[in-house]
Design a protein around this ligand. Structure first.
Ligand code: ADP
Ligand code: ASP
Ligand code: MG
Length: 452
């Protein structure tokens, strides 16, 4: 029997009508037995605000009220609200209790449990919407199978444990019901709730598909597929019908928010096809991400990742010496910092760090402790408010003329760093955040709209 895992993002489960459209998508394909949902649009942001140390009592009560309003508006539209009302009340009171405990104890574990509540509410409600449309459906607590390490805010899934747990606890349920579960959240070996980082529901769906050896994962969102760039930035962006795992992974890594960067990994490991489409307009079709596609183009897409930090390290010890880079990277690794792009010269090394990929509460990457440790062996300069623009495609490092084309477009912009050559799939430039939208638009016009 074939198995499809369908994931619905925040706007797709924003309210009762949006959930009803998604339920119709699920019911239209009898292979869809597992549904992964995000929190309703806006709820995770409200929960993140509740975790902040600066939140006042008054604001806390406002936030709790706003969350309750979003969830009750869905409950109230159900024909049988009484079936899930008590469970929803319990979840909403838990949010209140957790937010209060944070006043005294700013524990990362409590923060993650608080952040997980949006997905818990929407799984409960979505399953009720499916039942209302005649489906045999139940909600399932993904923490029973989504085993992670204990790195709260950005927990690492434990692939083998997830596969074994999913076979034991989830697989049997799929034969009976359409199971609705939470994206974004997991639990460590001690049963404490963890989260996978912002936008992590896509990743959850792919991990569960891998564990269950599903045939396809569908990512239903608010755009009809993956476009040549973010359609919000360039109105002429075009949807891509078919894209390879490699290209999609590059796009996600370089900021195309439509997919969480890790989503492709499980799909590649199990050769599972991924579909991206719009839950509002499913008839428009979408993008299939496959192992191989015919005639991959040189230019596939432009992506942008904001909130980048540039770390410039200067040390005369680097001159004709060995081991400086090894020492620097070891320090960064100890602080769990993942380095993004690197350029070096004789006495300098520049690294970019991705703040958007930090943890679910959005806390910064560069701690005082790290900066102090680095300063012990070099001079450190930090630049913020940068954005990384990536041109993604194929044979980029081996096709003549690409640099000319790209840099002609960029001639009026200050390019702070360039990375080209390591990967055949991308050329990246670091620019001021304030210029990013303009740079993306100009590149898209010149490389994709036929006026190069
Ligand atoms: P969801 O809540 O469904 O996970 P997201 O907001 O995380 O949705 O992702 C969808 C958004 O990704 C789109 O609304 C769009 O603005 C943005 N996006 C960025 N780059 C692209 C791209 N290349 N193609 C399509 N959408 C993109
Ligand atoms: N609700 C989480 C977030 O807003 C996870 C997700 O939507 O993928 O980041
Ligand atoms: Mg998303």
């Amino acid at each position: 029997m074939s198995l499809v895992v369908a994931k619905f993002g925040g706007t797709s489960v924003a309210d009762f009508n949006a959930m009803s459209r998604c339920a119709a998508i699920v019911l239209a394909n009898s292979a869809t037995r597992l549904v992964v949902v995000s929190a309703s649009s806006g709820v995770t942001n409200l929960l993140v605000e509740l975790t902040q140390a600066t939140v006042t009592d008054e604001r806390r009560l406002q936030l709790l009220k706003q969350i309750a309003q979003i969830q009750y508006a869905i409950l109230d539209k159900l024909e049988r609200p009484q079936d899930v009302a008590a469970a929803l009340d319990a979840l909403l009171s838990r949010i209140s209790v957790l937010s209060e405990s944070l006043i005294l104890n700013r524990s990362k574990a409590i923060m993650d449990e608080l952040l997980s509540m949006g997905e818990q509410c929407s799984a409960l409600l979505f399953s009720a919407v499916l039942r209302q449309q005649g489906a045999k459906s139940s909600s399932f607590d993904v923490r029973q199978v989504m085993r992670t390490d204990s790195h709260f805010g950005r927990a690492e899934p434990q692939i083998e444990d997830i596969a074994a747990l999913a076979r034991d606890f989830l697989q049997p349920l799929l034969e009976r019901d359409i199971v609705v579960t939470q994206g974004f959240i997991g639990a460590d070996a001690e049963g404490r709730t963890t989260t996978l980082g912002r936008g992590g529901s896509d990743y959850s769906a792919a991990l569960l598909a891998e564990a269950l050896r599903a045939d396809a994962v569908e990512i239903w969102t608010d755009v009809a597929g993956i476009y040549t760039t973010d359609p919000r930035l360039a109105p002429n962006a075009r949807p891509i019908a078919e894209i390879s795992f490699n290209e999609a992974a590059e796009m996600a890594t370089f900021g195309a928010k439509v997919l969480h960067p890790a989503t492709i990994l499980p799909a590649v490991r199990q050769q599972i096809q991924v579909f991206v489409g719009s839950s509002r307009e499913p008839e428009k079709g979408g993008t299939w991400i496959r192992h191989q596609v015919d005639n991959p183009p040189i230019y596939r897409a432009v992506a942008v990742r904001r909130d980048q930090t540039l770390l410039n390290l200067h040390s005369l010890q680097m001159l004709h010496a060995r081991g400086f880079l090894a020492e620097t990277f070891a320090t960064l690794a100890r602080h769990k910092i993942s380095v993004d792009l690197i350029t070096t010269s004789e006495v300098n090394v520049s690294l970019t760090l991705d703040k958007t990929g930090s943890d679910s509460t959005g806390s910064g990457l560069l701690s005082e402790a790290l900066l102090q440790e680095l300063s012990q062996h070099c001079r450190v300069r930090v630049e913020d408010n940068l954005a990384l623009v990536a041109i993604i495609g194929n044979r980029i490092a081996s096709t003549p003329g690409i640099c000319r084309q790209v840099f002609t477009v960029l001639e009026n912009h200050n390019v702070r760093m360039i990375c080209q050559g390591a990967s055949p799939h991308n050329l990246c430039v670091l620019v001021a955040e304030s210029e990013a939208a303009q740079v993306v638009k100009a590149l898209h016009e010149n490389l994709f709209e036929g006026q190069a």
